[in-house]
Design a protein around this ligand. Structure first.
Ligand code: DQA
Length: 163
């Protein structure tokens, strides 16, 4: 059994239809399944000393409730692929705004090279960074960004204390 005591936890939230990976438009999303995504995320998290808590829902309300629960401050970062909600969910945008930890939006595909409606992300405006078009690797990139932002914030805090 993996030793996880003391590991910092990151929350990974995946939106509608992502559980269908592997079966869903494989020419666009590839052949890797949602189980593959979860295995990949857990392994990449562990490499960086994180524990990954992974949540998927097809329902906007459930995603909002999960993000609200994350307000207890337990997480070192949140990675979210809001899927189609990206493009119109002000409820998820508002829920993300309430979280102060580093927040990264991830898309498996390049949303800027697909249908025009996908080019607009409402939810990215409440996140620190956005990663797109990197397939599963995008989740690992997001973990690196969480580490980077955390280090940057620590430096800024130390500098402001010195003033
Ligand atoms: C997606 C892109 C969205 O536009 C789409 O609705 C998805 C997946 C992606 O990961 O590329 O469901 O978020």
């Amino acid at each position: 059994m993996a030793v996880t005591t003391g590991a910092k936890t990151i929350l990974i939230v995946n939106g509608p239809n992502l559980a269908m990976l592997g079966k869903r438009e494989p020419e666009i999303y590839g052949h890797e399944t949602y189980d593959d995504l979860q295995t990949f995320c857990r392994a990449e998290a562990q490499k960086r000393g994180f524990l990954a808590e992974i949540f998927q829902s097809n329902s906007e309300g459930e995603i909002v409730t999960r993000l609200n629960k994350a307000m207890q401050g337990k997480y070192s970062g949140v990675i979210i692929n809001p899927a189609a909600y990206t493009h119109y969910s002000y409820a998820i945008y508002d829920a993300l705004l309430m979280l102060s930890c580093p927040k990264i939006e991830v898309h498996l595909t390049n949303i800027y090279k697909r249908e025009s409606f996908r080019s607009n992300s409402v939810t990215a405006q409440a996140c620190d960074r956005q990663v797109y078009g990197r397939g599963l690797e995008g989740y690992a990139d997001a973990m690196d960004l969480i580490q980077h932002i955390t280090a940057e914030r620590a430096r800024e805090e130390a500098a402001s204390k010195r003033q």
